[in-house]
Design a protein around this ligand. Structure first.
Ligand code: NAG
Ligand code: NAG
Ligand code: NAG
Ligand code: NAG
Ligand code: NAG
Length: 361
């Protein structure tokens, strides 16, 4: 109904503005009349696309060819934030999952010898060892403070040549993933939180206890950013994560290694499953966008585009920094993308899929 009212209002605007032009210029064929007409038609089309994308619930049966054309048009429409919907989402997420107090294991929320069930199998449990406990942070790095404008930077090839670095760096809080490479032109340098994937440690830095330098160098690129690891997602993750903590804790005290609370990630996973997002496990990108929706004043999402060509049909690599292919079973990136598109259309977050303009950060 709200949609119909919208259309009606727009039609009224169209009629009124058109007749005004007729009154002023006598002939409806003047330039400004035609401009007003085009503007109104454009706004109508924007409203139509906004509605269409706000009720899409599945990527199945999406014809990417026609969708990218419409999406490109839609992203040229003015973004309409909806504070009510944004606050509703914040409350829902706080109520279900509470990133504020429980996103990471801290001395405050975890006791020595506490039994910690794993995220993906609660039959597997870890008992919090006193030595590890002593290396947990006192509290979450931002200790309950509301974060301002946040940029969540995925690794999508769409960021290549995007010139988005300056815009990303102007955010108050920047989240990145899997120790992704940074540079000032396309993805920016500022980093407040960066995730590490345990299989990345296994693959590239398994030898770090004997030879810590390559790993220490790799993480020091991010300055004082927290390094977040899903240490209790699967049992194989724990030893690798603890290894990283033991190596970095003494030499990079300004850069805390933090472990995601498996309980937080599990409740978040359930939250989205109840809302129809069916996949084995949420990607860390989607999980941290949800975190940002709870903690940040506004959320800007970059580099989340799981398709192999951009909005103008140019071919894209999957990541902006390597030539790897996606993991075929674990996540369902297109389904996650549809949710992000929905949240953008509802005015809850801003998706950035086009190159950034250099003059307005
Ligand atoms: C904003 O969100 C609220 C809550 O979902 C909704 O009732 C309202 O219609 C939305 N406003 C606009 C302008 O879309
Ligand atoms: C979230 O956690 C914080 C800190 O532990 C607590 O003070 C707050 O009451 C919790 N909020 C909800 C909605 O459970
Ligand atoms: C980025 O720009 C370079 C140099 O202009 C070009 O060779 C390359 O194809 C571009 N890559 C993408 C993904 O647009
Ligand atoms: C990083 O932490 C160190 C030590 O706490 C501090 O001296 C430095 O100013 C911090 N750098 C930034 C960019 O915040
Ligand atoms: C920034 O990084 C991207 C991706 O690795 C690369 O294509 C681009 O050439 C880099 N630009 C600069 C100025 O280093």
């Amino acid at each position: 109904m709200a949609y119909l009212r919208w259309i009606f209002r727009l039609l009224m605007v169209l009629i009124v503005s058109h007749s005004l032009c007729v009154m002023f210029y006598y002939t409806p064929d003047t330039l400004s009349s035609r401009e007003a007409m085009t503007d109104t038609l454009r706004l109508l089309r924007c409203a139509k696309l906004r509605h269409k994308f706000s009720i899409i619930t599945s990527a199945k049966g999406l014809n990417m060819q026609s969708v990218t054309q419409e999406l490109n048009d839609f992203l040229n429409c003015p973004f309409k934030p909806n504070t009510t919907e944004r606050e509703l989402n914040r409350m829902r997420l706080q109520f279900c999952c509470n990133a504020t107090g429980s996103i990471f294991l801290t001395k405050r929320n975890t006791a020595v010898n506490q039994i910690i069930p794993y995220e993906t199998s609660i039959r597997d449990k870890y008992t919090m060892n006193p030595a590890i406990h002593s290396m947990l942070p006192e509290d979450v790095p931002w200790s309950g403070r509301r974060l301002g404008r946040c940029a969540v930077v995925g690794s999508g090839g769409i960021l290549k040549n995007s010139s988005c670095g300056r815009e990303i760096d102007s955010a108050d809080f920047v989240i990145r993933f899997n120790l992704a490479y940074i540079n000032d032109s396309d993805v920016g340098l500022k980093t407040d939180l960066v995730t590490i994937n345990p299989s990345q440690i296994q693959r590239e830095y398994n030898n770090m206890e004997k030879n810590p330098d390559p790993f220490v160098e790799r993480v020091s690129v991010y300055g004082n950013a927290s390094l977040a690891i899903p240490a209790f997602a699967y049992t194989f993750c724990t030893g690798l994560s603890i290894k990283a903590l033991r190596v970095l804790h003494p030499v990079r005290p300004q850069q805390p290694v933090v472990f995601f609370s498996p309980e937080y990630l599990r409740t978040l996973d359930r939250f989205w499953k109840r809302r129809g997002l069916k996949e084995v496990r949420l990607s860390s990108g989607f999980a941290l966008i949800s975190t940002a929706l709870e903690l940040c004043e506004s959320v800007h999402v970059y580099g989340f585009w799981p398709f192999d060509s951009d909005l103008l049909d140019n071919p894209l690599p999957y990541h902006y920094y390597d030539e790897l292919k996606p993991h075929p079973f674990m996540h369902s990136m297109p389904e996650e993308f549809v949710r992000l598109l929905q949240l953008h259309s509802q005015g809850v977050l801003t998706l950035h899929l086009q190159p950034c303009s250099l003059d307005e950060p």
